[in-house]
Design a protein around this ligand. Structure first.
Ligand SMILES: [Zn+2]
Ligand SMILES: [Zn+2]
Length: 338
C-alpha cells in the first residue's frame, strides 16, 4: 500500500518555509507554513484544504495572498490554523482589498487560533465580502484536526513570540494481503477501498461488506462480515508520523516539551538557521542551530531528520549546516550534551 502522506519541502534550504503534504487517495493536500508559494502549480494549490501556520513572520505567511487569489472563485473552505493573533492577521490581509464583485463566490476561509487552552474560530465568507466576525471557542489540549485517517496536533513554543510546531500522524495503516485475497477467490477492486473506509470509521465487526467486481454489471460475490475480512485479508500496522518545527528558540524550556511531542517521528522537519559556533546569533534571533536540530531529532528518536530554513549567511556553505545536524543526530545518545 502506498504511504498516505507525500511530502515536498519547498524553497529550500534558503527560501521561505513551506511543507506541502498530499494525502494519497484523496484529492486533498495540507500546507505547513505559508511562505512563498510560486513554485507550486495551480493544480497542487487547488488541492489545499488545511494550512498550519507556525507564526506570522513575513517569511512564513507571505503566501496567503497567492493561495487566496487562486482559490477565490472555488466552492471550498480553506482552514488556516496559527498562533494567537492570526485571526487579526488574516482579517488585515482581507481588508486590504476591494470586494464588490464576489457575491456569487462560495469560497470560505476558516481561521483557527491555537491559544493556551482553547481554539478560537472565525469564518470569513467571500460572498459577505469577508466581513463576518462570529467567533466560536472550543477547548484544546493537543489534537487540533482529527480526521478518520490522521490527526494533526499542535504545540506552542517560544520564538520570542509564540510559534506553533505541528505533528501529522496517520492513525494506523491497513495493508491488504493480496495472496490471501487470491486464495479466497476474492476480486481486487473498489470494494477494498470501501473495506478500508469501514475500518477507518470503526464500523462493528458484524458490519456486512459487499464484495463485488468493478466492471459495469460486475458480479456481486457475496456480503462478508467486516470482522472476517479484517482477520483473513488485512494487517494493521503503525501509521507514519511527520513532525514540523519552525521557528523556535534553542532553550531548555522548549527542548523539554518539544522532544516528547515529536517523539518517534518517521520524518522530522526542523529549522536550523545557524551553525553552533554562531549560537549567540541564533539565540538573539530566536532560532535553533543545526546542532540543536540534530539533538532534538536524536533525543526524540526520529528515524530521519530534514533540516531547512538556513540563514543566508551560509549561502556559500550550506553543507556546514547539513553536516553539523547529521553529526549530532547520529551521535550516540550516551555521549550527549547539547
Ligand atoms: Zn520567525
Ligand atoms: Zn522564519
Amino acid at each position: 500500500m502506498p504511504p498516505l502522506f507525500e511530502h515536498e519541502l519547498l524553497n529550500q534550504p534558503f527560501g521561505d518555509p513551506v511543507l506541502y503534504v498530499r494525502l494519497t487517495g484523496e484529492r486533498k493536500a495540507l500546507l505547513f507554513d505559508l511562505g512563498e508559494l510560486g513554485s507550486l502549480s495551480a493544480g497542487k494549490l487547488f488541492k489545499v484544504t488545511h494550512v498550519f501556520v507556525s507564526h506570522t513572520h513575513m517569511d512564513h505567511f507571505i503566501g496567503f495572498d497567492h493561495l487566496l487569489r487562486l482559490n477565490l472563485s472555488r466552492d471550498k473552505t480553506i482552514t488556516i490554523y496559527g498562533p494567537e493573533g492570526i485571526i487579526k492577521n488574516v482579517r488585515g490581509r482581507l481588508r486590504g482589498y476591494t470586494w464588490n464583485l464576489v457575491e456569487d463566490y462560495p469560497f470560505v476561509i476558516e481561521v483557527i487560533e491555537v491559544c493556551a487552552k482553547k481554539l478560537r474560530k472565525v469564518c470569513f465568507i467571500c460572498r459577505d465580502r469577508f466581513m463576518s466576525d462570529v467567533e466560536k471557542t472550543t477547548p484544546f489540549e493537543k489534537a487540533i484536526d482529527v480526521h478518520p485517517h490522521y490527526t494533526v496536533s499542535a504545540l506552542r513554543v517560544d520564538h520570542k513570540i509564540t510559534s506553533i510546531i505541528y505533528t501529522l500522524e496517520e492513525r494506523f495503516r491497513i495493508n491488504i494481503n493480496r495472496d490471501r485475497l487470491q486464495r479466497l477467490g476474492l476480486p481486487v477492486g473498489k470494494w477494498l477501498r470501501e473495506l478500508k473506509s469501514c475500518i477507518w470509521e470503526g464500523k462493528p465487526d458484524s458490519w456486512l461488506v459487499c464484495v463485488k467486481e468493478d466492471k459495469a454489471g460486475g458480479k456481486i460475490f457475496k456480503e462478508i462480515e467486516l470482522g472476517v475480512l479484517k482477520k483473513e485479508i488485512t494487517t494493521i500496522t503503525k501509521g507514519e508520523k511527520i513532525a514540523y518545527i519552525s521557528d523556535c528558540r534553542g532553550i531548555e524550556r522548549n527542548f523539554r516539551k518539544i522532544i516528547p511531542f515529536v517523539s518517534g517521528a518517521d520524518i522530522l522537519f526542523c529549522e536550523s538557521a545557524f551553525i553552533d559556533s554562531d549560537k549567540d546569533k541564533a539565540s538573539s534571533k530566536g532560532h535553533l542551530t543545526a546542532r540543536q536540530a540534530g539533538f532534538i531529532a536524536r533525543e526524540s528518536g526520529a528515524r530521519e531528520l530534514k533540516v531547512f530554513h538556513f540563514s543566508p549567511r551560509y549561502e556559500h556553505c550550506p553543507d556546514l549546516l547539513y553536516q553539523e545536524a547529521e553529526q549530532e543526530f547520529r551521535r550516540s545518545r550516551l555521549s550527549g550534551n547539547r
